[in-house]
Write a new protein. Structure first.
Length: 119
């Protein structure tokens, strides 16, 4: 490795370090904690508190329907001998099941959040 590569690597490392630090400080509320403006986010959520559970329920319904459709397609692909396609479809199903789990958790926690933060 010659000197040009070493200097370039050091410059790149420094630029990444400074950029990361700047991003953390910019995301904060000015004191360098990186916490952001929590009260503004909560106020924005509370402004739409009537829509939260409805939208989450709609999302849950759509995810459940999509999982069922992809599961059926994976079964069909397996029966037709297209194992690679079935594997891809099963990977999508696994990803959607994680999303469904997150949505279900949010639906369960939404009323408590609204009661605690929105008056």
């Amino acid at each position: 490795m010659n000197i040009k590569h070493k200097v370039g690597a050091i410059a790149l490392t420094a630029a990444i370090a400074l950029g990361g630090t700047s991003a953390v400080l910019a995301g904060g509320n000015g004191d360098g904690t990186g916490s952001g403006d929590r009260d503004a986010r909560i106020a924005k959520i509370c402004a739409h508190k009537d829509e939260i559970v409805t939208k989450l329920t709609e999302r849950q319904t759509k995810l459940t329907a999509r999982i069922a459709k992809l599961t059926e397609a994976a079964k069909t692909a397996t029966a037709a001998g297209h194992q690679q396609l079935a594997d891809k479809l099963n990977a999508r199903v696994a990803r959607l099941e994680k999303a469904l789990e997150r949505v279900t958790t949010r639906i369960a926690g939404a009323p408590a959040f609204i009661a605690a933060h929105c008056s």
